[in-house]
Design a protein around this ligand. Sequence first.
Ligand code: SF4
Length: 457
Amino acid sequence: MEPHEIFLKEAEKKMTDIDFRQRVLPMLDFMEANRVVRVKEFSNLDLAKQRAAYTRWKVTENLDKYLVDFEGSIIRRGGKVLWAFDANNALMEIDAIIKRTNAQKIVKSKSSVFHEIGLVKHLRDKGNVIVETDLGDYVLDLMNEKAYHPNKSVTNQKLENIGRFLNQKIKSSLEADPEELVSDIRAEIRNKFFEADLGITGANFLISDAGSIAISENEGSARLSFAFAKTHIVLAAIDKILPTLTDLDLFFPLLSSHSTGQQMTTYNTITGPAYREDFDGPAEFIVILLDNGRSNLLATQDQRQALNCIECGACSNVCPVFKTVAGMHSYQSYGGGPIGQVVGPLQQGFKEYQYLSNASTMCGKCTDVCPVKIDLHNHLLRNRHENVVQGFEKTGEKLAWFTWKKFMLSRKNLNRPAAIKNFTFKQFYKSDWGDQREFPKIADKSFNQLWREKNGL
Ligand code: SF4
C-alpha cells in the first residue's frame, strides 16, 4: 500500500473509534490548556516569540556559517563532528563507531531524529544490544508499538495494557499503580546506564559559539545515557543550531512552556566531552550532523522558515487533523502534525508525500500557537501550489477541478434540480469522502433561484 493509502485507512479507523477518542482527546486538550496557562507568565509573549523567530531566521539564513562555527568549537573542545548526508550515511557512521569502540551495550535517549533514521531497528538487525531509556519509549518498545505524540509518546495506550506488558516483561505487579510502574521501570533501566559502553542522545539545540549541546528533558535519561558511557554520540539535525549560550534564556522557557506547560523542564543539560577534572562524562564525544533532505528545504526560499521549528509539539495539540488521525505514526512520514505535514513533502519528495499538505482544515490554529511564528497553514498552501508546479497533481483531481469550474461558471447548470447536482457531486467526491460521514446535500434551490422568487423575477 502507498503511504497516502495507509494514512487514509488509519484516519478512517481511528476517526470512528470512540474509545480511542475519549481517551486521547482530553489529554491533548489538557496539554493545550497547560500551555495557555503557562504562557501567561511571559511579560510579553508576542515579543518573546518575535525574538525567537528572529534568532531562528538569522540561523537558517546563515546556516552554513553557524554549522562550520559549531564544528570548529566542538573540535577545539576535544570533540569530533561527522556530517551525514542522509539516514544511511548516519547509520553507517554509527556502525563504524560501534565497531571501532567494540561497544557491546548501548543506551539511547529520546529524540525524533532516531525515528527518522530507523536507528533502533537498524542496530538490532545488526545484532547490537540497545536499550530505550526514555520511559515512554521503553514501554512502547516492550509493546512493539509506535509513538503517538512528539512529547507524550504513550498518550494513546491504555494503562491496563501497559501494566499487562510490564507484568510479562519486567514482572511488575498487576495491581501496581502508575507510580509503582514508573519506579519498576526505573529500577530496570538504572543498571543499563552503568553498564553501557556507548550512549546515544539527540539534542534540542546545538550551541554554535560554545561547541555545546543543550538537552531539555524531565526524566534525566538523556543525561544518564552519556554520564557513564565511554563514548557519547549525539545525533542531531543540522537545523538545531542556536548562535550563543545566552539564547537558551529565551529558548528553554519557550520550549518547555509550549511543549509540556512547564516553566522549565526538570533537567536542562549543556555538555561536551569530559575534561580531566570532571568526575564523569564520556572520554569520546562525537556529534553527527544529519541533513537528510533539510538542504532541499533550505533551498526553497519561501518554505525554509519551517526549519526554524524547535519541536515543541504545540501545533499538534491544537490540530483537528492530528486529533483525528491517531497520532504521528499515522502520517507515514518522518514527523506528524502540522510541521511534519509542511516538511514531509519538501524533505521526502512531493511525488509520494503530497497528501500531507492536503490533510488540513486550514483553521490556522497551528500558526497561532507556534512559539517561533512559523506560518504553518500558509506553508501547507504553498506546498499544494508546489505540487501542481512539479506536475504531481493526480489526473482525477485535475478532472474534478475542471468539471467543477465548468459547472460553477454555468448559470444553467447551477440552476439544475438538486437531485442532478447531488448525483454529479457524489460521483466525483464520494470515494474521498469515506463511508463514515454523511455526504453533504446541495440545497434544493440555488441562491439565484431564491433571489428571483423573492423579487418576483
Ligand atoms: S512548528 Fe512551531 S508549534 Fe509546531 S512543533 Fe515546531 S515550534 Fe512547535
